[in-house]
Design a protein around this ligand. Structure first.
Ligand code: SAJ
Length: 426
């Protein structure tokens, strides 16, 4: 009778909870630890607060009797392997905020047992696993790589992505030594269809940062080219479609109102921060950030220009924003450029409202905002309607027929824009 291996997951958010559920589904006994009493209570009631995990998913794991949720790290002393899935945001100064990871490691060090495997999933700077996490865990008196094992395996969860399930996405793994890599491969290959062992934790940390810096820089490039094309009177959206016909050596990125989310605007700064310690230059990261951060300003300038053509000042104009989430078909507003656009428009005295089917209400700029019901009357009453997030559920034809003036930052009307002269593109 094979011994049922016990897994610990620290941090039951959009990364940790799906991971815990997947281990449960495969018969592992799982101890999920979160510092939020509220989250622990909800999960114990069989309720999920993560879009990609249903209440039924949680219920099934609870019913199996193999899913234990707590705030108490002591339960982790029973685990064979423990994954750390806590946030790694940026501070206001754009420096890494490692406080959540350090807190998790400090608590884990108090209960660490010989032979345990620790896998860090949170996005960190290259070297963090070896230089920061290992010494904290060694406060247990155990030696990393010898008495316990330690690896880094970047989370690749893409919230709302229906095409790729968590376990379909290849899982990169790099241990602080060979044994750590082997142990992490052995346990993760029982959950993920493909695991990709690397030579070190640093390689795995860097792979994650390359993936997301690649996106941030390419989004910055296409945003810059969008501004150039606009000045030249060229439709950048048609240009991208044309470039896409090249079957190799090109990958389409699209202009937008800016760079949102909790990954892409953040992760590159974990790399650039560490690079400074090596006096290495990361000008692409800084330049992309400069371009991407300026997009909300450009959006508001374009709105002002369009209203100006109708003899309307921005001040006092009624403006309806369609979509405040950071990207299509999600309800997450973290780092959403729509929030910057809202603030800039308000500063200039515009009357701003929003509709977003995924964001019923919003705390922003010290006040409560509510998504307005999207009616013909509301659209017709606007001096300008601005598409910031092209949720699939929008009826673009309805919007086009009722709005007087539209500024579209997502080419949302691509299927019939030519019919409508009042739609203007980023
Ligand atoms: N964006 C553009 N133009 C583009 C692509 C994105 O303006 O061509 C904007 C989006 O509107 C959004 C921001 O960039 O505001 C980030 O968009 P994203 O598509 O990169 O989505 P994220 O932030 O959810 O990124 C996640 C990442 N997943 C992980 O870190 C595990 C990223 O690596 C994925 O590639 C991405 O999902 C994805 O492909 O959906």
């Amino acid at each position: 009778m094979a011994v049922i291996k016990i897994i610990g997951v620290i941090g039951l958010g959009y990364v940790g909870l799906p991971l815990a559920i997947e281990f449960c589904r495969r018969g592992f006994e799982v101890y999920g630890i979160d510092r939020s009493e509220e989250r622990v209570k909800l999960l114990r009631q069989g309720k999920s607060y993560i879009g990609d995990v249903s209440d039924a998913d949680v219920e099934a794991c609870l019913t199996s009797g193999k899913f234990h949720i707590s705030t108490d790290y002591a339960l982790l002393s029973k685990a064979y392997a423990i994954s750390i899935c806590v946030p790694t945001p940026l501070r206001k100064t754009k420096d890494p905020d490692m406080s959540y990871v350090v807190d998790a490691a400090e608590n884990l060090a108090k209960v660490l047992r010989p032979g345990q495997l620790i896998i860090l999933e949170s996005t960190v700077y290259p070297g963090a696993t070896e230089e920061l996490i290992a010494p904290i865990l060694e406060k247990s008196g155990l030696k990393a790589g010898k008495d316990f094992y330690l690896a880094f395996s970047p989370e690749r969860v893409d919230p709302g992505n229906r095409k790729y399930k968590l376990t379909d996405i290849p899982k990169v793994i790099g241990g602080i030594n060979k044994e750590s890599t082997e142990k992490a491969v052995e346990i993760y290959s029982q959950v993920f269809k493909q695991v990709v062992p690397l030579n070190s934790a640093r390689e795995a940390e860097m792979a994650k940062l390359l993936e997301n810096t690649f996106r941030a820089v390419n989004i910055g490039l296409i945003n810059e080219l969008a501004l150039v094309a606009h000045k030249m009177g060229i439709n950048i959206w048609n240009v991208i479609e044309a470039a896409k016909t090249k079957p190799f050596g090109f990958m389409a990125f699209y202009p937008g109102p800016g760079l949102g989310g909790h990954c892409i605007p953040i992760d590159p700064f974990y790399l650039s921060w560490k690079a400074k310690a090596y006096r290495a230059d990361t000008s692409f990261i800084e330049l992309a950030d400069k371009v991407n951060s300026n997009m909300p300003v450009h959006v508001v300038e374009r709105i002002a220009d369009l209203l100006n053509q109708q003899g309307k000042p921005l001040r006092g104009s009624k403006i309806l924003l369609l979509g405040v989430a950071y990207k299509q078909d999600v309800g997450d507003v973290r780092e959403s450029p729509a929030l910057d656009v809202m603030g800039l428009l308000l500063q200039k005295g515009a009357e701003v409202a929003y509709n977003d089917p995924y964001v019923p209400h919003l705390e922003h700029l010290g006040r409560e905002w509510h998504s307005q019901k999207l009616t013909g009357e509301l659209l017709a009453a606007q001096d300008c309607v601005v598409v910031l997030t092209d949720h699939s559920s929008y009826d673009w034809e309805f919007i086009a027929r009722h709005a007087n003036l539209i500024f579209d930052t997502r080419n949302a009307f691509k299927s019939f824009k030519s019919e409508f002269q009042h739609i203007h593109l980023l």
